[in-house]
Design a protein around this ligand. Structure first.
Ligand SMILES: [Zn+2]
Length: 265
């Protein structure tokens, strides 16, 4: 599941391959930008913003992409023809590297001066240099009746959490995903724990919250429906509620009804 830590790492890899180099090819395979050509321009930098990725290019333009559920980037040495694969949404190439974006949920070009139009609504970025826990707590507290799980996924409150970290953070803090966010005792501890987990995982390809990177041991509750809780042995539950407006895979919530007592029991 691409969450803030994944995007942070992808952004760094793209920056290493593209920043400071002149694009020799840009191939936008989305209808709206099919004729956009950025060849000849220098890429300045690649920046993660929550789960969004911004690639700033000379001439005041920014390529905005989002991995959504299934997106990924692959980078290999330049020179070969770009893949003729219907899953490819964007190809960026320079003299050294070819970066290919697969199944990106968003691909668009915006003026760098207007990046706010696409990421301005985001709450504090858990991995950003401007992370502000007080502001994240203030935003969460503004809708006290909202279920905690749903509030954590709302990128307007804080940016970077997806379904895995939502489930894991709530488990570790003993909070039911259905508990109203306003009734959480220490919201500060909750958001700081989320930041620590993303921070700890941003350098590695797997997402580990238990401290054990062995396959099948990485998480407390995420992806473990029907299996015993690692802490108390109670069967982990999973439920999808259709009312949150999120895509199906994001609606699925995992929790231990004993370690996280609350309205979901
Ligand atoms: Zn438990």
């Amino acid at each position: 599941m691409p969450e803030g830590d994944t995007v942070w790492r992808v952004s760094r890899r793209l920056g290493e391959a593209l920043a400071g180099r002149v694009l020799t090819r840009s191939d936008f395979r989305v209808p709206r930008f099919a004729t956009t050509d950025l060849a000849g321009r220098v890429v300045h930098e690649s920046l993660p913003r929550g789960k969004h990725l911004l690639i700033r290019v000379d001439g005041g333009v920014t390529i905005h992409t989002h991995l959504r559920m299934d997106g990924s980037w692959r980078i290999w040495p330049a020179g070969r023809p770009p893949p003729r694969d219907h899953r490819v949404r964007l190809v960026l190439e320079n003299a050294d590297w070819q970066a290919v974006g697969y199944l990106l949920g968003v691909v668009e070009v915006v003026p760098t001066a207007r990046e706010d139009r696409v990421v301005g609504y985001l709450g504090p970025d858990l991995l950003g240099p401007d992370w502000n826990a007080d502001e994240a707590v203030r935003r969460l507290a503004a809708t006290p009746d909202r279920p905690a799980g749903e509030a954590l996924l709302d990128q307007r409150n804080l940016a970077g959490i997806g379904n895995l970290y939502k489930a894991e953070v709530l488990f570790l803090r003993g909070i039911s995903p259905w508990q109203p966010v306003g009734s959480i005792g220490d919201m500060h501890a909750l958001v700081e724990l989320a930041r620590r987990l993303l921070e700890a995982n941003k350098e590695r390809p797997s997402q580990v919250t238990t401290g054990n990177p062995a396959r099948g041991a990485e998480t407390w509750v995420y992806g473990r429906a029907g299996r015993p809780c690692r802490r108390c042995g109670t069967t982990i539950r999973a439920e999808s509620r259709a009312d949150s407006g999120a895509p199906a895979a994001e609606r699925m919530t995992y929790w231990c009804p004993a370690c996280q007592p609350g309205p979901g029991d």
